[in-house]
Design a protein around this ligand. Structure first.
Ligand SMILES: Cc1ncc(COP(=O)(O)O)c(C=O)c1O
Length: 400
């Protein structure tokens, strides 16, 4: 039960109401799916990120599946990814028939650790990248820019090039973040984004695949629309004279123009929404620095901008029991939080007896605080005061 005047959710999408103008435009034209507004949204995201090609999809998960397919990844292949991620990271790999292989994170960055990836390959694969146990071929690495913190793209690119692997990016949370001054999505690797309401901008559901490779973009466009060789838009323009064939088994991974209309309006706000998130995170950082019970994330120098898709804190000592007590105590103060990301390799569907010590420890000790642009300064102050009060109250193992 929430006591007092506060009832602060963990996240809220930010809409101004102006989105309805573009939605009305879509409805007037009658072109509501995979039409001109989707193409405009794709151009908008490509221009913003500096990516050459953008292919909208129904979600980031489906974009991840497309990323595997356009890279020729499928049954009999392995793809390395972090376990400290939302389960969709692994599912995108699994949909293709490939097997996700989980590698530990660096607790300082929350992202997959390049040294751990290198060691994993060394220990588990032959010189020609065959899995010593299953015979699967290691094809790629899917890095995740977790909670918007850019992973070390260049280091992974070097590792991938050295080993002959494909580097892919799960950028679900990364829109607007910058790696070495360049937006996530600019690297040229296939990169999949999400527009789910927990992300920095949203169009309800939606995703997008970015790439610098024309042939991959074209394949993704075909695969997202049932495998049709000619797009709806091209057929429409040709007035029925352009007839499609179906040469591959495709999917219905299309985005609607209604979603795209919202997305275009959201893109206009993106920088200001991130600026407010950064400001809130700055207030949190300043306030929590003094709390010996907590560890904060200080991103490495290659992170030029963290969009603060989420704001994490973690207990220096203790585990899930203490963390859950803190979540409970904060809820009593009207502050809704969420546990740190549950490791994928511990979910029944992916449990294979693997141990990843950093992933498990970080996950057990972490929680996310409310962060979204509409959070008022007064609410931020309340979250800060509540964290201070609750951390002092929750029984924790001795510090110092
Ligand atoms: C890291 C990561 N990958 C993939 C996804 C899946 O995104 P979507 O819900 O758009 O399919 C999410 C969503 O939370 C995510 O956080």
């Amino acid at each position: 039960m929430v006591a007092g005047k506060y009832n602060i959710p963990i996240a809220r999408p930010y809409f101004t109401g102006e989105e309805t103008e573009l939605i009305a435009e879509v409805m007037k034209t009658g072109w509501v799916c995979q039409g001109p507004m989707v193409a405009r949204f794709e151009e908008t995201v490509a221009r913003y990120t500096g990516a050459r090609y953008a292919v909208a999809s129904s979600s980031c998960t489906t974009a991840l599946h497309l990323a595997m397919l356009v890279n020729g990844i499928g049954a009999g292949d392995d793809v390395i990814c972090p376990s400290y991620s939302f389960i969709a990271t692994a599912n995108g790999i699994t949909y293709s028939g490939a097997t996700p292989q989980f590698v530990d994170i660096d607790p300082a960055t929350l992202n997959i650790d390049p040294a751990a990836a290198e060691a994993f390959i060394e220990a588990n694969y032959t010189a020609d990248l065959r899995n010593k146990k299953t015979g699967n071929k290691l094809k790629g690495i899917l890095i995740v820019h977790q909670i918007g913190i850019p992973a070390d793209i260049d280091t992974f690119k070097q590792l991938a090039d050295r080993r002959g692997l494909i580097l892919m990016e799960d950028s679900a949370c990364g829109l607007g973040s910058k790696y070495k001054d360049k937006p996530i999505g600019a690297s040229g690797n296939v990169s999949a984004f999400s527009f789910h309401p927990r992300k920095v901008i949203s169009c309800g559901e939606g995703g997008m695949l970015l790439t610098s490779d024309l042939s991959m973009a074209e394949q993704a466009r075909v695969l997202r629309a049932h495998g049709a060789s000619t797009s709806d838009l091209a057929r429409h323009k040709a007035g029925g004279l352009a007839q499609e064939t179906y040469d591959v088994v495709g999917y219905n991974y299309r985005m609607t123009d209604l979603q795209a209309a919202i997305g275009i309006k959201q893109m206009e706000l993106l920088d200001s929404l991130i600026a407010r998130r950064v400001r809130i995170a700055g207030l949190y950082n300043e306030a929590f620095e003094e709390l010996v019970e907590l560890e904060l994330i200080a991103p490495p120098a290659y992170v030029s901008l963290w969009n603060y898709q989420s704001y994490p804190i973690r207990l220096r000592k203790g585990g899930a029991e203490e963390r859950n007590a803190l979540i409970h105590a904060l809820q009593e103060e009207g502050v809704s939080t969420r546990r740190g990301i549950p490791p994928i390799h511990k979910e029944p569907v992916y449990e294979r007896g693997v141990t990843l010590s950093h992933t498990e420890s970080v996950s057990a000790r972490s929680l996310f605080l409310p962060i979204y642009p509409q959070l008022t300064d007064d609410e931020v102050s309340h979250v800060i005061a509540s964290v201070k009060k609750c951390v002092a109250k929750v029984p924790l193992p001795a510090h110092r």
